[in-house]
Ligand binder design. Sequence first.
Ligand SMILES: *Cc1c(COP(=O)(O)O)cnc(C)c1O
Length: 428
Amino acid sequence: MSLRDLPPVDALAAQVDAPRAVALAAARAVLAQRREELLGGAAGDADLGERARDWARAAVAPSLRHVLNATGVIVHTNLGRAPLGREAREAVAQAARGYSNLELDLDSGTRGSRHAHVEALLRELTGAEAALAVNNGAGAALLAAAALAGPGREVVVSRGQLVEIGGGFRVPDVIAQAGARLVEVGTTNRTRLDDYRAALRASGDRVGAILRAHQSNFRQLGFVEDVPVEALCELGVPVIDDVGSGALGRVYDEPPVRRSVAAGAALVCFSGDKLLGGPQAGLLVGRADAVELARRHPLARALRIDKLSLAALEATLRAHRDGGDVPVLAMLEGDGLEARARALAERIAGAELVQAVAKVGGGALPLLELPGPAVALPDPAEALAAALRRGDPPLIGRIEDGRLLLDPRTLADDEVEPAAAAIRAARG
Ligand SMILES: *Cc1c(COP(=O)(O)O)cnc(C)c1O
């Protein structure tokens, strides 16, 4: 093939089944590439039609795609954290379809609050007087600090809680961004009630709040002491308790939201898409006066939650209340795990069932190990993992001891067959 044999753009585009603009762009790109190759001395034939179709397929494929998570990491931040339950998915589809009463009070016909859709549920589920939903957990903590402390005021924090959660969320930075001044008390491993008392005496009425931050993604062992939320709430200063993952019920040793509310915390902050199992969101629940300060703060507008997330959040909260579908909790329990593992192993040639350990992820319960069956594959692990990432849909497993493991804990029942098909396709 020589330069003179290259087909015209139109002729090549005609071989591509895609919108005309895409087909033309594909043809131009492939012809330009082939011209370079020929000028560089390439010989032989090339299937330009096939190349153009590949180019067009890549161009029209969405960037954000459905991925099969066989990592066994339940709240996987890189894979979008919590998968939504059935009711929440339906609620998102409904809210996306047309208009909604997002900020309209249908009884009076006057302007309503978007928070009204979740406030009663959050109060019921946490025992709080009032509640507010914002864009994410980091936003909730920032808003809480800004609303209760802010410029010229102080926020008292134990040195054991000056933590980094990941993704650039560092407690001292959040306080600085809220405009407040950080007052550190105690030491890295031990902070006592008297440390707080001394700081409050020294600061007097400059103190806006005491902030507790959950050590989400690490634990301290040994010579360690901190002050329970109940004791902090008796010091007479508003307490912000950033409990992180948002355990509404008992979820191993995660701090339950209800406990901090019952203790009298002014604001309890947590994420919507960790152990709550809902959409990305940040929740603030607590005393009515504190929630009102947060609601009226200018940051609340900047951090406001969007309607699709709000729809998913309302449905997720209902699912918690009414025993509906919360996949994160079902995966923690290992519901249907054995059956999925067997079904997956049966569908993949050379697969072997092994005992493995899944993790919660998402900065929650870092030490918790969830034992269960997984499917080990005999193929060269790195090469297969790479082929699976390029598949459609992509399948992500985890490599252990040189073998690729598929952990069915984080697959839905109806993802077993697609996962097996992905392996077959990747093996070619
Ligand atoms: C995860 C976490 C955050 C941040 O929440 P996002 O929803 O990820 O923004 C803040 N504080 C704590 C203690 C956390 O665990």
